[in-house]
Design a protein around this ligand. Structure first.
Ligand SMILES: Nc1ncnc2c1ncn2[C@@H]1O[C@H](COP(=O)(O)OP(=O)(O)OP(=O)(O)O)[C@@H](O)[C@H]1O
Length: 227
């Protein structure tokens, strides 16, 4: 599949129009082709701007491929953006209850969901204040606790761990290990070779929106370091 970002409403487009040029498009992905089976955990590596987030967002269904096709079977849990699916004017507690209701949970299950998120996130009284008032690390704690509460067939995680502190990273790592083993498939964009080796059996190296290498983490990391 391929993906172009359209800059139709941007200043760049207005400038190009004055020059008599056509629509401005940025190619995010170029003829990407891969398949993952149950049990596969693929790490996605590459330099800044290489297309990792674009690939994950497309796989999660937030972006539609401009060409080609995407087939996904199973429920998807994502940790891609620290705001997606959250009402910023509501507290974490209210968001948890809303998400629980939307997922069709019973009252006791929502209560358990609430307690789990509150305990794991450990953000004190902020749990009752609007989400928009949280720091990035606090948002990560809440969202991470929320998505890992549910069992999912497919887990798609972008490099968001960077905003968490060491204390959170240690606990998240532990919870993630358990969670990864209950999900069937995972995609993880990361700059951390530790995470890659710990959680992944496959690795994709993206360069300028294209696949440079696809194989085991050891094979791909070797190629990546060789340049
Ligand atoms: N909303 C957007 N509109 C236009 N172009 C975009 C948009 N988002 C990303 N791009 C472009 O798509 C390409 C891939 O970006 P992407 O964010 O997927 O890279 P990345 O590998 O995740 O980078 P990083 O490691 O910095 O997070 C880049 O050229 C970027 O400028």
């Amino acid at each position: 599949m391929s993906l172009f970002y359209s800059l139709a409403r941007s200043g760049a487009q207005r400038f190009m129009k004055k020059q008599g040029a056509g629509p401005v498009l940025v190619q995010g992905l170029k003829r990407i082709s891969f398949s993952l089976s149950e049990g596969d955990r693929m790490g996605v590596i590459g330099r800044n701007g290489s297309g990792k987030s674009t690939l994950l967002r497309t796989a999660a269904g937030y972006l539609k491929p401009s060409g080609g096709r995407l087939e996904v079977q199973g429920s998807i849990g994502t940790l891609i953006d620290l705001g997606i699916g959250i009402n910023g004017e509501r507290s974490a507690k209210e968001n948890v209850h809303f998400t629980g209701k939307l997922a069709g949970l019973k009252k006791a299950e929502i209560q358990a969901f609430d307690e789990d998120v509150q305990t794991f996130a450990d953000i004190g009284a902020f749990y009752h204040l609007p989400f928009d008032t949280y720091s990035s690390g606090m948002k990560l704690r809440i969202l991470f606790a929320m998505i890992t509460h549910f069992k999912r067939d497919i887990l798609i995680v972008d490099e968001v761990f960077g905003v968490g502190d060491t204390h959170f990273a240690e606990r998240a790592y532990e919870r993630m290990t358990g969670f990864v083993h209950t999900s069937k498939t995972m995609m993880l964009a990361t700059h951390s070779e530790g995470l890659l080796r710990q959680f992944c059996n496959k690795c994709m190296w993206l360069d300028n929106g294209q696949i440079r290498a696809l194989g085991t983490p050891d094979e791909v990391l070797e190629a990546y370091h060789a340049g």
